[in-house]
Design a protein around this ligand. Structure first.
Ligand SMILES: *Cc1c(COP(=O)(O)O)cnc(C)c1O
Length: 402
């Protein structure tokens, strides 16, 4: 079989692993080791010089982690991937790689809170500036560029309002201006969106979320289009800053990722049923889902995503008190940040993930006091809607009393 053309469903199970090289073990073995021994001093010298293949020390590469990296590179259509100890370690690695003092990073209007925190720190310490802009047209992007802009850093869909960034427009502008494009693809997973195919240079994931899918690993992955550049990042930022993934976490991820496509299909079908349920509930004021026909950017979403994903946000009548009463009335659905797990999770962005954003900016982003975000899990849909219905009943009673 032509290895280059295997489908995601096959790649997540097979790519990057040859059992004949590992005592015929069907499952990828866990190489839980910090270092590797050389047969001779000369062999050690050759490995350090790069003139002979082989492992040296687990911060520079580990066989279990390598399988994961090859698999991820394949399913994101890259030419190389690096695994990190968290999503944030991959974000910081690529930003350190691409910028130097005085540079500017143009960001989508919403970015993950800790990515924002990192950019603020880089500005304060190293004079690397950034700003956040809506990216719905090429003109909007062009106008926000500065002479010192070196890269465009994008998240789409944007948490928690599911605003979509037009990746084609971003990549077209970047190509004209010679800028690098980085996309945080955590929300879509490689099953639904492949930014490298649209023209981005780097795609990264918090592997903590859909890639692992079981809520028991914190990890990150960076995939790039240029094998030589990825190797340079491995032997510079990754090696010297050191935010590597442990072999055990890579092993768990390899196991979790085997079912990525199966899980995503159920996440999506459950979410669409939750969408229909929320639509007929009178207490719901607003719904945010990329493939909802009422989403203002549904056409862009459908151009760049295969389906709408497993996250849905909604606003109810009332304010923070009602939202909190709603969440407290749930029994099956767990109150937690993070996403992409088998368990359905709900969080309140205004007091949790976006609490550090000043209220004015929060409101401008559409994050009201009664907005909640659901990461729809893999449970039976009837049990989920029954839990939601119970919570709506509680809020109704509360609103009537007031
Ligand atoms: C969770 C998340 C991150 C950070 O990943 P960690 O694994 O928690 O470090 C970055 N971006 C997005 C969109 C996320 O959801």
């Amino acid at each position: 079989m032509d290895e280059k053309t295997i489908n995601l469903e096959t790649a997540v199970i097979h790519k990057g692993y040859k059992s004949s090289l590992h005592h015929d073990s069907l499952a990828t073995p866990l190489y839980q080791t910090s270092t590797f021994s050389f047969a001779t001093a000369e062999e050690g010298e050759d490995r350090f010089a790069g003139t002979c293949e082989g492992n040296i020390y687990s911060r520079l590469g580990n066989p279990t982690v390598r399988v994961l990296e090859e698999r991820m590179s394949e399913i994101e259509y890259g030419e190389g991937a690096l695994a990190f100890g968290s999503g944030m370690a991959s974000v910081s690695a690529i930003l350190i790689h691409l910028t130097k003092a005085g540079d500017h990073v143009l960001c989508s209007r919403g970015i993950y809170g800790c990515t924002f925190g990192l950019l603020e720190m880089m500005e304060e310490k190293y004079g690397i500036t950034h700003n956040l802009v809506a990216m719905t047209t090429e003109q909007e992007i062009e106008q926000a560029l500065r002479p010192e802009t070196v890269c465009i850093y994008v998240e789409t869909p944007i948490n928690p309002t599911m605003e979509i960034v037009d990746l084609e427009a971003v990549c077209a502008v970047a190509a004209r201006r010679g800028l690098r494009v980085v996309v945080d693809n955590t929300f879509s997973s490689p099953y639904l969106q492949n930014p490298l195919q649209i023209g981005a240079d780097f795609v990264l994931h918090s592997a903590t979320k859909y890639l692992n899918g079981h809520g028991d690993v914190v990890g990150g992955i960076l995939v790039g289009k240029d094998a030589e550049e990825m190797q340079r990042i491995r032997m510079s930022v990754q090696k010297d800053v050191g935010g590597i993934m442990s072999p055990f976490d890579a092993w768990l991820l390899l196991r979790g990722m085997k079912t990525l496509h199966v899980r995503m299909d159920r996440h999506i079908s459950n979410t669409k049923k939750v969408l229909e349920f929320l639509k007929q509930e009178p207490l719901v004021k607003k719904i945010y889902y990329p493939f909802d026909e009422d989403h203002p950017q549904v056409e862009i979403a459908k151009r760049q995503m295969r389906d709408g994903g497993g996250l849905i946000s909604f606003e109810i009548e009332g304010g923070k008190k009602e939202a909190q009463a709603f969440m407290n009335a749930l029994s099956l659905i767990k109150i937690a940040v993070s996403l992409g797990d088998a368990e359905t999770l709900i969080q309140h962005p205004a007091s949790m993930t976006h609490a550090v954003v000043p209220q004015k900016s929060r409101e401008a982003m559409g994050i009201t006091e009664s907005l909640m975000r659901l990461s729809v899990g893999l449970e039976h849909i009837d049990d989920l809607t029954a839990d939601l219905a119970e919570a709506f009943k509680t809020v109704k009673a509360k609103l009537q009393k007031a």
